[in-house]
Design a protein around this ligand. Structure first.
Ligand code: 5GP
Length: 192
């Protein structure tokens, strides 16, 4: 996705240990026009896949997730990282190790929002080791629903997440793929 590539190139800041900071358009300040295009892009990729829900994880997945859900005309669910006091009903719980925060979070989704037989599109802002995507996929499968695909805004292809997800049989669609963040420079797959 060319517009997103330009944003990453012009505004992304490479931090130590392979982390890309994109807080001017995705993770803190958000660019609504870019989010709209991201939603349209995921719609064109998954339009024929009978998606019934989009599932993401708070907080950075919510913006691309809601725009995708809007385009696909289905609800968005976001997994919570902290157990909410109002989530007293039955919940699905999975453990997810956070690459950027270096801690394990429990993520939860209320059971009433995913029905058996649903076709769920997982959307997230970044793919690194695949921990978040696998955690969300385990929740979908606990519910007896199907993971119809995994849509990623920024994939760091030098980390193993994509390969592990493909090996597990999931379809992964990433809007930009980063081959390397070495020497504080962003190199995209196919342009190294
Ligand atoms: P994974 O679970 O695939 O290891 O990592 C993906 C999750 O970690 C995403 O939900 C995202 O919030 C966070 N993450 C991983 N790498 C980066 C990065 O380079 N920059 C930012 N801002 N977040 C990242």
């Amino acid at each position: 996705m060319e517009l997103l590539k330009q944003k990453v190139k012009n505004e992304g800041i490479v931090l130590a240990k392979g982390v890309l900071k994109v807080d001017s358009f995705l993770n803190h300040q958000m660019d609504p026009f870019l989010m709209r295009e991201i939603g349209r892009e995921f719609k064109s990729l998954f339009a024929g896949d009978k998606i019934t829900k989009v599932l993401t994880i708070e907080s950075s997945g919510i913006a691309p997730g809601i725009m995708t859900a809007l385009e696909l005309e289905v609800p968005l669910i976001f997994a919570r990282k902290q157990k909410s006091l109002t989530l007293t009903e039955d919940i699905y719980v999975e453990k997810v190790y956070s690459f950027t925060k270096r801690e394990t979070n429990e993520i939860t989704v209320s059971k009433k929002f995913i029905e058996p037989g649903e076709r769920v599109l997982i959307v997230d802002d970044f793919l690194a080791n695949g921990e978040a995507a696998f955690g969300l996929a385990r929740i979908v499968e606990q519910a007896g629903a199907t993971v119809a695909g995994i849509g990623i805004v920024i994939e760091k292809s030098f980390q193993p997440g994509r390969e592990l997800l493909l090996k597990a049989g999931y379809r992964v669609e990433s809007l930009v793929r980063i081959a390397s963040l070495e020497d504080e420079k962003v190199a995209f797959v196919g342009e190294e």
